[in-house]
Design a protein around this ligand. Structure first.
Ligand code: SF4
Length: 250
C-alpha cells in the first residue's frame, strides 16, 4: 500500500531535466505570427483615440510587439475567446471580438453585443476590486473605451466585464472571479462625448497628415518613459523628456 505523500510513479533518481530555450524561441515566433496574422484594417480605430501619440507612432513607425507584449496579448486573447464563447454561444475558434464595425469614419470591434449594447471584457491581475466610489477612477481607461463603443453603437447603455484572475479573498487566497458592471449615459452626456470623439478623430487625422505629433496630448504617464515606450526618443514628450539623470552615490 502506498504511504501518504509517497510518489505513485517512482522517477529515476538521476532523471535529467533541462530548460530548452530553443523551443521557447520557436514558440515565441509562432505566437508572434498568430498575434500579427489579423492585420489591422487601415483607418482610425477606436483604440487609437485612447492614447493618441502611441497610435500616431504605431502608424508612422510600425514595430514588432515585444516578447512581453506577445505573451500578455496571447493570454488575454485566449481568455477572451473562452469567456465570450460561453457568454455568446458558438463563435469561430479564433474569434476574440465581434469583428470590425464602422461609424463616423472610426473602426471599432466590441467584444460582444447584448440587444445592440456593447459588452467589453478585460482580464486583470489586480488582487482587489475597487470600492464602489472609486470604480470610475480605477477603471477610467477601460470605461473610456466602452464609452467610445457606446457612442459608435448609438447605445446609452453598455457593459464592462472584468475578469479578475487573482482576486484575493478574506483568507488571502486568490481565485479567478468575474465582475460585470452596467454603464449608463444620459442623452446629454452621450452628445457631449459624441462631439469630443469626432473632434479627437479630426485632430488625429490632421496630426498624421501633417506628420506632427506635437498637436496630440501625450499618453498616460504610466505608459511613458525610456523603459516603457519604444517611441520615447522620437516622441520626446513635452514636460517628460528627457528624464532626469539618475544620481549615483559612491
Ligand atoms: S513617449 Fe510617451 S507620449 Fe510619446 S508615444 Fe510613447 S507613451 Fe506616448
Amino acid at each position: 500500500m502506498a504511504k501518504c505523500g509517497s510518489e505513485v510513479i517512482p522517477l529515476p533518481p538521476s532523471l535529467k531535466v533541462v530548460r530548452d530555450e530553443h523551443q521557447e524561441v520557436t514558440l515565441l515566433t509562432q505566437a508572434r505570427q498568430w498575434i500579427q496574422k489579423d492585420d489591422r484594417e487601415p483607418g482610425v480605430h477606436a483604440s487609437d483615440l485612447l492614447d493618441l501619440r502611441l497610435a500616431y507612432w504605431r502608424n508612422i513607425k510600425p514595430t514588432e510587439p515585444s516578447e512581453r507584449e506577445v505573451w500578455l496579448w496571447l493570454v488575454g486573447r485566449v481568455l477572451h475567446h473562452f469567456v465570450l464563447n460561453i457568454a455568446g454561444g458558438t463563435r469561430n475558434h479564433t474569434d476574440t471580438d465581434t469583428g470590425a464595425h464602422e461609424e463616423f469614419g472610426i473602426l471599432y470591434s466590441p467584444d460582444n453585443f447584448k440587444d445592440g449594447m456593447p459588452i467589453e471584457l478585460k482580464t486583470t491581475r489586480a488582487f482587489f476590486e475597487p470600492d464602489e466610489d472609486k470604480i470610475v477612477e480605477d477603471f477610467h481607461h477601460y470605461l473610456e473605451q466602452l464609452c467610445i463603443y457606446m457612442v459608435l453603437s448609438n447605445a446609452l447603455t453598455g457593459f464592462r466585464w472584468m475578469l479578475f484572475i487573482n482576486l484575493r479573498d478574506a483568507a488571502h487566497k486568490t481565485w479567478p472571479e468575474p465582475r460585470c458592471y452596467r454603464v449608463e449615459l444620459t442623452q446629454d452626456q452621450f452628445e457631449t462625448l459624441e462631439q469630443h470623439i469626432s473632434a479627437t478623430r479630426d485632430l488625429f487625422l490632421t496630426a498624421q497628415k501633417d506628420r506632427n505629433h506635437k498637436i496630440l496630448e501625450p499618453c498616460r504617464a504610466w505608459k511613458c518613459g525610456s523603459d516603457r515606450c519604444v517611441f520615447w526618443g522620437d516622441c520626446k514628450p513635452e514636460g517628460r523628456w528627457p528624464e532626469p539623470r539618475k544620481k549615483w552615490t559612491s
